[in-house]
Unconditional design. Structure first.
Length: 130
């Protein structure tokens, strides 16, 4: 119970903990790096993707689950880096699907997105009719 309360309070500040290793990913101490700006709702994620082309990388949003994955096709590169694929996913509420952008440069995949402000609760007053 204490851990659940802790996570509810501090989860937005622990962005790296949003990521879970996919079943086909080689576990290492290196994972995605991330940054979150609380004021603007901007999120940035950087993933090392040496040898991957844009066609070998997939970014999908289903509900509140963002999945970033890749699978190398080039056998020479697979032999050099010793890994064939990666898969990370995170759950993020209020993610704006239209804001997701990704770029690949020099073996670094950068994914950016925004979160929308949660909808405000509107309280409606009930009036008695005579």
């Amino acid at each position: 119970m204490i851990m659940n309360t802790f996570l509810k309070i501090y989860e937005p500040f622990l962005l790296d903990s949003f990521f879970d290793w996919g079943p086909n990913t080689k576990k290492t101490s290196i994972g995605p790096k991330s940054d979150w700006n609380k004021e603007t709702g901007n999120h940035q994620i950087w993933i090392e993707t040496p040898g991957f082309s844009e066609e070998e990388i997939s970014i999908e949003l289903e509900g509140d689950k963002l999945t970033i994955s890749g699978e190398l096709k080039n056998e020479e590169i697979i032999k050099k880096i010793g890994s064939k694929n990666f898969s990370y996913y995170m759950h993020k509420k209020n993610l704006d699907p239209e804001s997701i952008k990704a770029t690949l440069k020099d073996g670094i995949l950068e994914v950016g997105f925004k979160t929308e402000k949660p909808k405000q609760l509107k309280k409606v007053e009930v009036k008695m009719l005579n």
